[in-house]
Structures are given as structure tokens and as C-alpha cells.
Ligand binder design. Sequence first.
Ligand SMILES: Cc1ncc(COP(=O)(O)O)c(C=O)c1O
Length: 455
Amino acid sequence: MGGGSLNVFSARHLLVASLALNASLLFRVYIGGFSPALDLLSLCSLSVSKGFEAAAPDADAAASPAAVSVLASSSKTAEHRLVDHGRIINLDHGDPTMYEKFWQGTGDRATIVIPGWQSTSYFSDPGNLCWFLEPELGRQIVRLHGIVGNAVTDGRHIVVGTGSTQLFLAVLYALCPQNVTDPVSVVSMAPFYSSYPTTTDCLRSGLYRWAGDAASFDGGDGPFVELVTSPNNPDGFLRDPVVNRSGGVLVHDFAYYWPQYTAMTSPPADHDITLFTVSKSTGHAGIRIGWALVKDADVARKMTKFIELNSIGVSKDSQLRAAKIMKVVSDAEEEGSNQGDAPPAAAHSLFEFGFENMEERWRLLREAVKQSGLFSLPDYPAQFCNFNRRSFGNQPAFAWLKCEGEIEDCEGFFREKKILTRSGVHFGDSPKYVRISMLDRDDNYLAFIKRLRSL
Ligand SMILES: Cc1ncc(COP(=O)(O)O)c(C=O)c1O
């Protein structure tokens, strides 16, 4: 095809093609089954349509701390004000947009400016095992864990990744020997995070393969990797390993091990390999930063090698943003702890903001579920939290809701009501369950509660 014919394929054609693509995606989301594989694409097209429905945020009001009032103080009025045009309410993804309001309230405190000359080099810290880790991010990771008390960082290597999803693949690469004849089995107890099977098997690696539910795993005496997600996605429970034999390596996925979701108990987590992410801790899923705390230098080195082969490091811009965001979170916690016993204000403390919002969202959900008589939710035992000095049960980032009685296809039931959820089958469980995101923006979450009440 010559240059002339490329010109004929003009911007107008591209526009028409993109409109058609969006329309077909919306159609599929609206009418057909909602495949998790379509998640990101459909999320983009849905957010375009949402832009027409939702009022534009008021920039001035958003910048003042008063605007960071938690859902708790305004849910009743906000819910009544909502005009529900029977629109699609998408709570399928774990998109943490609830946190946007907190960060709007911090004004410029978490803003960074990066001059054009910066980041010409691939290298961040050539002398460090993880040579692409920005030193300031490393410092802020150690500081934040120290303040929250959720993980030991002494004697650990930090490996940074493009989200903890990249680190998950890096861990598998690092743990599975190159010379095996049979791939190493990767397991996690059901219900497990729906991305584990798909991410593990996406390249049909000869090194490892998804082997399903850890509770029923029978891999002979072969090596295995067990993923321990705590609190768990989707059901929100704290977890311990379940495979009861030697020959395995544990990987702890602690995406939700933060005090807005679960009590911080002592001693801090002290595992061989633990994965964290800003996606669910500070709510910055879009900057794609995760980190692994790794005891064994050889494993950390191999993980670093994987990321070198995969993406030659991790965006410095994103690392600097993550470092600044964590600094703002830690500064506020330290200032708060200097001011006596009272809990810090939700306008300043990210964890207090998260805690109060999750508490209120769970209260509203439990109330609506009880009123409907159609569903049930898990109960979580209360534990004392050393961080916020409260006793509370888990307030997970997802609701693992069961349709009781005759309803067999819970996802289908909700889809008919134009509420998009994710079926239990994607998590290795029954279609009587769905996973519902608890981290969406107030308007979407309250619209969901309102519709639930009307069932
Ligand atoms: C348990 C768990 N691990 C990892 C991730 C992915 O995190 P990231 O956005 O850092 O790739 C998620 C995201 O939902 C998750 O729920």
C-alpha cells in the first residue's frame, strides 16, 4: 500500500471506525454477557458515555478539604438526590475511583513537576540489585510500611513493577526453574482472584501453569507455587496457606492488607515474597506501580531480570509520582499522631478517609441486602487494629454476594437490572455468587444501593 492510499484513510475514517467500535462494545456490554477479557476496553467506552450523564466535578469545591466529607456524612441526602435514569451501573471492575475525592481535597500537596531533561537514562540506581528502582520510592515504601505496621521491610529487597500484575509474572519466572520438563503448578484457594488463571496461562509458558484450587490440589510430589491473597479478592477473608505438603513456595499477595480494609495486627507480616500495589492502597491504579518485598536475593535478582526482559525497567515518572503520593500519606499520618489520641480527620488521613467510607458503604449494603431478603453477605470477625486503635471486622474492597433461593445465575439476575457484576465462576466458585466493587465513585455506588433497595 503506497503513501497515497494511507492518506485516503483519513482522520474521518478513523473517527467513524472508532465510533463503530465504541458502539459495538457498548452493545455487547449492554445486551450480551460481560466478559472479563473485555474489561478495560469496555471500561473506556462506558466512561465516555458516563461523561455525558455525570455532572462535571466542581474544581474549586473539590480542592477544599470540606469537599472531602466522607460518604458517611452525606449518603442519605446524596442518595435521595440521585436521579436514576435506569442507566447501567458498572461494578464489575475493581476500579478504585472512590479515592479521587480524597486526592482532590489535598490540592497541590501531591503534585509533582518533572522537567523535560529528567529521565533520559534507563537507570535509577545502578548499584542496587533492582537497578531501576527510584531511591526515593524505595525510601517511601519502607517509611509507609513502618508507619502502618503491615510488613517487615528489614532485610528485604524491594523490586518495583508496573503494577503488582507484572510482579506476579516476575515471581513465577523467578521461582520456576528453566530446565523443567513439566511446568510448575500455580494454585490458589477458591474463590481466587480471577486474573490469576488468565495471567498465568496467557503465554502458555513451559515453566509454569495454572493448576486451580489449592484446597483440592493434587500435584503428586511436584513443585508448586501457592498464592495466598489476604484479605482475599473476591471474598474479603484473611487467609493462610492451605496446601499441606513440602515442595512449594508461597507468594503473599497483600494488595488489600491496609487499615481501611482490615485490622493491622502484630507482628507485621514477615513472609518470603509479598506483593503490594498503590492501586488499592492509595487508589492510584492508573499510575501502575507495585512493589515486592523479597527475602532471597537470588529470587529478587531473577524478578529484576524478568522486568528487564519484559519492559527494561519501570516508568520513572510513575515511580516519582508514587513516591510523592506515599510521602503525602505518611506526612499526614505522622502529623496526626502528634496530635493526641483522637482519630485524624478524614480530610487529611488517607486511611481514615478510606476507613470511614468503607464502613459507611458496608453499612448501607448490609442494610439493603437485609431489606431485600434475596441475598446474603459474609460476616467478618472483629479484630483490634494497632494502627487506628479500633476493633472492627473486615470491610473489603469487594462484596462477595450470594443470591439465595431460586436465583442460580446471580450475575445474570443483576445484569437484567442493569447492574454489572462479576460471576463467581470467574473465581473458581458457583454462579450463585457475584463480586461487586465497593470502590467506585459515590454517585455510582449510591445509585447501586438505591437500585438494590428497589428490587
Ligand atoms: C489481589 C490482587 N492482586 C493484584 C491486583 C493487581 O494490582 P495492580 O493494579 O497493581 O496490577 C489486584 C487488582 O485488582 C488484586 O485484586
